[in-house]
Design a protein around this ligand. Structure first.
Ligand code: 5RP
Length: 243
């Protein structure tokens, strides 16, 4: 599973802190990445100790890890369908978390996220948005006053050049994500490609989110605005929870 930035001990504190917030009977969205993996392992330990939950994975990787950890699983369509139980809480990592907007920024900038470092953001957004409570798990290296990392944009393969042109028109610079050790592009769990799009500092994440969502060929982008309920930040000595 991909690991980016931060120390693993801090990621573990964050993941385990969020896992402790889960209660008996919950349906739990299981995020993707190295920090969410700590939450999944901790939930597995709690299931071993008698906790009764069902997990809704956000990726092939999180499904595999949850199955290994012994967490009973539920598919997203069954969880959120008309007869489904819904999702009580989702726990997921982030590549960047906006900590505090400047006065001129849009009011919902604080708590906005960039996700998709693991190319799982399309299913992550479905699960995280459907949850009653969305707990973000991160280490301090992910925090920034303003979002300024590249925004992952999942695109239909046939739409990649048209979407890239639209990204440039919107002021971004798209780069097709390539597999680290293979000579070819990354292919998502959904069979699509990812454009990593540099926009510099993002003063109005909600506006950029709406612009990206409106481009034909975009399956989903990695800006998560107004979704996070709590951010659990693992530190050198403990965990800080921001609401
Ligand atoms: C995957 C994600 C991850 O949550 C994000 O990349 C953070 O990963 P990590 O916890 O390994 O730093 O969005 O699509």
């Amino acid at each position: 599973m991909k690991t980016s930035g931060g120390s693993d001990a801090m990621k573990r504190r964050a993941g385990e802190s969020a896992a402790e917030a889960v209660t008996d009977g919950d349906v739990v969205g299981l995020g993707t990445g190295s920090t969410a993996a700590h939450a999944i392992r901790r939930l597995g330990d709690r299931v071993d100790a008698g906790l009764d939950i069902r997990g809704v994975p956000t990726s092939f990787a999180s499904r595999e890890l949850a199955a290994e950890a012994g967490i009973p699983l539920l598919d997203l369509p069954d969880a959120v369908g008309p007869d489904g139980p819904g999702i009580d809480v989702a726990i997921d990592g982030a590549d960047q978390v906006a900590t505090g907007a400047e006065e001129s920024d849009s009011p919902d900038s604080g708590g906005a996220l960039i996700k998709g470092g693991g190319a799982a953001h399309a299913r992550e957004k479905l699960v995280d948005a459907a949850a009653d409570r969305f707990l973000v798990v991160a280490d301090p290296s992910k925090e920034s006053p303003r979002l300024d990392r590249s925004v992952p944009v999942e695109v239909l393969p046939a739409g990649r050049t048209a979407v890239a042109a639209a990204i440039r028109d919107a002021g971004g610079e798209p780069t097709l994500r390539r597999a680290e050790r293979k000579d070819g592009p990354i292919v998502t769990d959904n069979g699509n490609l990812v454009l990593d799009c540099a926009f510099g500092e993002i003063a109005d994440p909600a506006a950029l989110s709406a612009t990206l969502s409106a481009v034909p060929g975009v399956v989903e982008h990695g800006l998560f605005v107004g979704l996070a309920d709590e951010v659990h930040v693992g530190t050198e000595s403990g965990v800080r929870v921001d609401e």
